[in-house]
Design a protein around this ligand. Structure first.
Ligand code: 1GP
Length: 253
């Protein structure tokens, strides 16, 4: 099992180089959307496409990934809502442990079920401490995971949770307000986590503007994820990528 992508993300973190990742929800993406997104991904130097969602109402995952491969060299990283979304077609998989929750199935249960297949597929796994943070209203992620998100105004709990994740040997932390969140994860929470751990941090959920994306990156996110806003306005991706990729290291937390 290679470590190409996790090594690259680690290098980005060490060099304080910020990246935008686009999240494609396989349930919402038709072929036309994939073409449009790939065009923007190529034009704006987006390196990562996250692929997955909380629900899958039709199985087109493999076809969509194969199509994307013909359109772009960006790395396709599975962001699986369940073990049904594990496929050998991708470059890597976020192996998510929901450390903000107390649902054993999402801390270790589903991992045991998926592990032999992932090994057979020889899919790179990115061991990720996944932390849902309250984004102002319940999201599909909080409902489906049956877990309480971290309170948005408790940076100390977020910091301690991330520290525990680092001590457990996880390779990165994903702070997520959930897809379509009303409020993104606040810079205060991101900063508190950044100051507590030395791991790459991914931040997403409810980011709808250049300013919110730049603030997340300046507060300490290494990779900022945008999904919903790109579906509504694909052009916004290019503007966000341009600004996030240009953040100089001395302006960051
Ligand atoms: C959700 O972090 C991702 O898990 C992205 O969220 O769709 O709200 O951008 P959005």
């Amino acid at each position: 099992m290679g470590r190409v992508i996790s090594t690259h993300i680690q290098q980005l973190h060490q060099s304080k180089s910020k990246r935008l990742a686009v999240l494609i929800d396989p349930d919402k993406s038709g072929m036309e959307y994939l073409h449009r997104i790939a065009e923007i991904v190529n034009k704006s130097g987006i390196e990562f496409i996250f692929f997955g969602g909380s629900l899958l109402t039709k199985y087109e995952l493999d076809d969509h990934i194969k199509m994307l491969r013909t359109l772009t060299d960006a790395k396709i990283i599975l962001f699986p809502g369940s073990t049904l979304q594990v496929t050998p077609e991708a470059d890597a998989l976020l192996f998510l442990s929901l450390i903000s929750g107390r649902n054993p199935e999402l801390l270790i249960g589903q991992h045991v079920i998926a592990a032999p297949l992932i090994k057979q597929f020889d899919l790179e796994t990115l061991a990720t401490g996944y932390m849902l943070v309250d984004g102002g209203r319940p999201t599909t992620a909080s409902y489906i995971s049956g877990s309480l998100p971290l309170p948005a105004d408790k940076p100390d709990i977020a910091a301690c949770t991330a520290m525990a994740g680092e001590m457990l040997g996880l390779n990165q932390i994903y702070l997520d307000a959930g897809s379509g969140a009303m409020n993104p994860v606040s810079p205060e929470i991101i900063r508190a986590v950044r100051q507590s751990i030395d791991l790459p941090i991914i931040v997403g959920g409810g980011i709808k503007s250049v300013e919110q994306a730049v603030n997340a990156a300046k507060a300490g996110a290494d990779i900022v994820v945008v999904g919903n806003a790109a579906e509504k306005d694909p052009q916004l991706l290019e503007d966000i990528a341009l600004n996030v990729h240009a953040i100089p290291s001395h302006t960051q937390a």
